[in-house]
Ligand binder design. Structure first.
Ligand SMILES: NC(=O)c1ccc[n+]([C@@H]2O[C@H](COP(=O)([O-])OP(=O)(O)OC[C@H]3O[C@@H](n4cnc5c(N)ncnc54)[C@H](OP(=O)(O)O)[C@@H]3O)[C@@H](O)[C@H]2O)c1
Length: 386
């Protein structure tokens, strides 16, 4: 039977008990474990995939900690996670016309589109029965995969960094820019000031802003990630200089710095996927008419703000999730030309995936963590997987 990683409610409970619910001592690697999984039979509209590489996503951290919801428990005690992968098609069902064996594809994780096409549920997370791609093989509907743009200029690890994060950033950017333009049209203001805080999605968001000619600023605690973005013309701000916004004085100092770097104007668009102490800093950075957009809550789920102040400044807070399937396809067109992701310096082996999750939890990685799943790569990607 093919091997796949699983997260069980039992393992979460045992680890929480071991550390007495102290999440600082929690070891994610004790919770995500290698398992065996019998794949369903190939249906007429399915493709069978050999997984080549995957990226580790933050929802795995949420799933192992059970800090948002206990998704493993809600899904009946066990999930097979992983919703960002590059795979080789090895078999197709009778009705599949878009793919053939040998094609290399990327996945998307819109698990169940709502009436407008946005995900009501995420694949391998809250979509019932969905099996994720942290495994050697998978069987999925053909609607769940997109041809991989192998000639986009990125290597295989960079391509593997993007299937979840790029559509998220693409959607965030379209929404933020659209809302801003509803308030202040292009004839009044051509160049926006755009700020993002550390994290792969924010980085891609800023690459989109920069590619459209805007001023982009990246506030992160990671020198490696700041350097990568600086190389793309995105101005770095060291978040640790402001003690990661531990108190009001730090937020004030940050706000002063933002004003200095933006000629007194502030930021028209801010991407805040972290919340917690980052949220007050993101509000302080906003210009009049500004837009704060978010699809995450890594450091805190609840936010509070002064409604009167935000009304006077005419600030908009917007919440998004993942993109439509059309949006996922469109985001894939921008691999390499716009999206040039930071990748962590070590490419993990399949057996080391739990350590990659642990190191993500401890925020010690220099970029997006990638796991090589296949030892033997197809000829079409061999040169991209050095
Ligand atoms: N809704 C969706 O579809 C969706 C999709 C993707 C992601 N998300 C959410 O968005 C968030 C970010 O995801 P990502 O993939 O961009 O993350 P990522 O690439 O894994 O990066 C996480 C970032 O968190 C920052 N961080 C960690 N601890 C911090 C702390 N104590 N204070 C301040 N910053 C800290 C780090 O920034 P530094 O560089 O400053 O160290 C790190 O770069 C997660 O909550 C994730 O669940 C949502």
């Amino acid at each position: 039977m093919p091997q796949s990683y699983a997260i069980t409610a039992e393992a979460i409970q045992a680890e929480r008990k071991r550390v007495n619910d102290d999440l600082d001592k929690f070891d994610a690697a004790n919770v995500i474990r290698l398992d065996e999984l019998e794949l369903r039979e190939l249906g007429p509209s399915d493709v069978r995939l050999r997984i080549l590489a995957v990226s580790v996503e933050h929802n795995i951290d949420h799933a192992v900690l059970a800090d948002t919801v206990n998704i493993a428990e809600l899904r009946g005690g066990k999930i097979y996670p992983g919703n960002s992968a590059v795979g080789e098609v090895t078999e197709v069902g009778d009705r599949v016309t878009r793919f053939q064996p040998g094609d290399v594809v990327v996945t998307h994780c819109n698990g169940e589109p709502d009436i407008y096409g946005y995900p009501a549920r995420i694949w391998a997370y809250d979509q019932p029965e969905s099996i994720g791609w942290y495994g050697r093989e998978a069987v999925v509907g053909d609607w769940q995969v997109i041809p991989a743009p192998l000639d986009c200029g990125l290597n295989l690890w960079e391509i593997a960094a993007l299937p979840l994060r790029a559509p998220t950033a693409y959607h965030l950017w379209r929404r933020a820019e659209g809302i801003m333009r509803l308030k202040v049209g292009r004839e009044r203001l051509a160049r926006l000031n755009v700020l993002g805080f550390g994290g792969g999605v924010s980085e891609l968001f800023l690459m989109l802003a920069r590619s459209e000619g805007h001023n982009a600023f990246f506030c992160s605690g990671s020198p490696a990630r700041r350097d990568h973005l600086a190389g793309l013309g995105i101005a770095p701000i060291d978040q640790k200089q402001f003690n990661r916004f531990a108190g009001p004085a730090d937020v004030k100092a940050f706000s002063k710095e933002v004003k200095k770097q933006s000629d007194g104007v502030g930021m028209h668009v801010v991407c805040d996927l972290l919340r917690g102490p980052v949220f007050p800093a993101s509000l302080a950075a906003l210009a009049r008419q500004g837009v704060n957009v978010s699809a995450g809550w890594q450091l805190g789920q609840k936010i509070s703000y002064d409604s009167a102040l935000l009304s006077v400044k005419q600030v908009t807070l917007d919440h998004t999730h993942y993109d439509t399937i059309d949006g996922c396809n469109a985001a894939t067109e921008l691999y390499g030309s716009v999206f040039k992701p930071t990748v962590h310096e070590e490419i993990y082996s399949f057996e080391e995936l739990p350590r990659a999750v642990r190191e993500m939890h401890h925020n010690t990685q220099t970029g997006i963590p990638i796991v090589r799943v296949a030892d033997d790569m197809p000829d079409s990607v061999k040169s991209l997987a050095q």
